[in-house]
Design a protein around this ligand. Structure first.
Ligand code: ATP
Ligand code: MG
Length: 391
């Protein structure tokens, strides 16, 4: 595990299964880095636009800097700069094609190709690939001290790690070649497929789809072939970047046992992938108010507490039945204590299972409402960084 403090990395990749709080944690980390004087970019691909919502802005493919005055109004004195950006998969691909196309004609052919237009959205992992690609590009540009990458809710949460490999693998795949080589070999003018091995497949396809479709595929692959080398090279560089010590991974996990179990598997997979794991953010942890130990509220204690509360409430003429109110309040407290103890146990078990030191684990309580404004993010950051704690 890396000894470098989290915010001293150049890249932080925030991973975890769906809905655990990756986007919110990414924003909170970014905010804290900006508070400490860094120029930071939080990069999200969350199609639900949650980062924009949390920051109260409309986010797009262009970097959006949050003005110092807006941060100050939320009580954040940032000597650095906080920039947010929501990736657009299609635009990232277009940028790539622009970079690697050998000439204007090839560029135009690709961008207007219907197959390309559909493929970029449909291709498995294209969203993950686009994230990795943008990360590489933005990091190389060197404009930011820190880039926080909020990874998308993937069905398989590790998809983005081998997305570059998978995409180039797909483009070079034997299946594609087998199907379309004949068309490629003939080029765009001599478009006759039937003499070749895969002719039957193609003829069947053509009967269903018409010649236009096949021509579009052939065109697409022809144009793409010229860029494949660039893509492959880039994929290699991106993979290397993800394993460089300047890039740290943070795993976000919810407190329930099933999520903890999945997080354990996830952590082990990341270890196998030889990325630099920094630690764990345990989010939405139910806590007992204050810093003391969570009390054991047994039947005797609960009964005593109910009696005391009943007396107190009766004194104040609250306009409701004091004993019933006291009983319900104590039941809520008992439940809270139970949940707090359970979450603490789940956390301790997970920490032990993956062998983490206490400083590698940050706990964020379950807030009573969604974290949807800068104030909320600041509050979350204060839990992530003990020294900034102000609650
Ligand atoms: N500690 C917390 N207390 C209360 N609400 C929280 C907390 N953390 C996150 N939330 C809320 O939970 C919701 C989901 O969080 P978030 O969008 O960050 O999750 P995610 O892991 O990015 O989800 P996805 O996998 O869909 O991208 C948001 O509405 C957020 O405000
Ligand atoms: Mg998200």
């Amino acid at each position: 595990m890396s000894e470098t403090p989290w915010l001293e990395h150049q890249i932080l990749v925030i991973v975890g299964t769906g809905g655990v709080g990756k986007t919110t944690v990414s924003a909170a980390l970014g905010l804290e880095a900006a508070r400490r004087g860094k120029r930071v970019l939080v990069l999200t691909i969350d199609p639900a636009r949650r980062l924009g919502d949390a920051l109260g802005i409309e986010l797009g493919h262009e970097p959006h800097s949050i003005p110092g005055a807006v941060l100050r109004a939320a009580g954040i004195e940032a000597s650095g700069e906080f920039v947010a950006m929501m990736l657009d998969t299609k635009q990232t691909f277009d940028d790539l094609v622009r970079r690697y196309s050998p000439d204007e004609e090839a560029l135009e052919r690709i961008l207007t190709n219907p197959i390309y237009q559909n493929l970029t959205d449909a291709l498995a992992g294209s969203r993950e690939y686009s994230a990795m690609e943008s990360l590489h590009q933005l990091h190389s540009a060197g404009e930011y001290d820190l880039i926080v990458l909020d990874t998308p809710p993937s069905s398989h949460a590790l998809e983005f790690l081998d997305a570059p490999r998978r995409l180039t693998g797909f483009l070079q795949s034997d299946l594609l070649k087998l199907l379309f080589r004949p068309a490629l070999a003939l080029g765009r003018t001599g478009f006759r497929l039937f003499r070749f091995g895969s002719a039957t497949v193609l003829r069947a396809l053509e009967m269903v789809t018409g010649l236009g479709f096949l021509r579009a595929i052939s065109d697409f692959l022809l144009a793409f072939e010229s860029m494949l080398e660039g893509f492959t090279e880039r994929a290699r560089a991106t993979e290397a970047l993800l394993r460089d010590p300047i890039c740290g991974f943070v795993l976000v996990v919810g407190p329930d046992p099933e999520q903890a179990r999945r997080a354990e598997d996830f952590w082990k997979r990341l270890q196998q992938e030889r990325v630099h794991l920094l630690g764990l953010v345990m989010n939405r942890v139910r806590t007992w108010p204050g810093r003391g130990r969570t009390p054991e509220l047994g039947t005797a204690e609960a009964k005593q507490l109910t009696e005391q509360l009943t007396k107190e409430l009766a004194k104040r003429d609250p306009g409701f039945e004091p004993e019933q109110a006291a009983r319900e309040l104590v039941a809520t407290l008992t439940q809270q204590a139970l949940l707090a103890r359970r979450d603490a146990e789940v956390g301790a078990r997970l920490e032990e299972a993956i062998g983490l030191s206490p400083e590698a684990v940050r706990k964020i309580p379950l807030f009573s409402e969604d974290v949807h404004a800068l104030e909320g993010l600041r509050r979350m950051a204060s839990h992530l960084f003990e020294e900034a704690r102000d609650v």
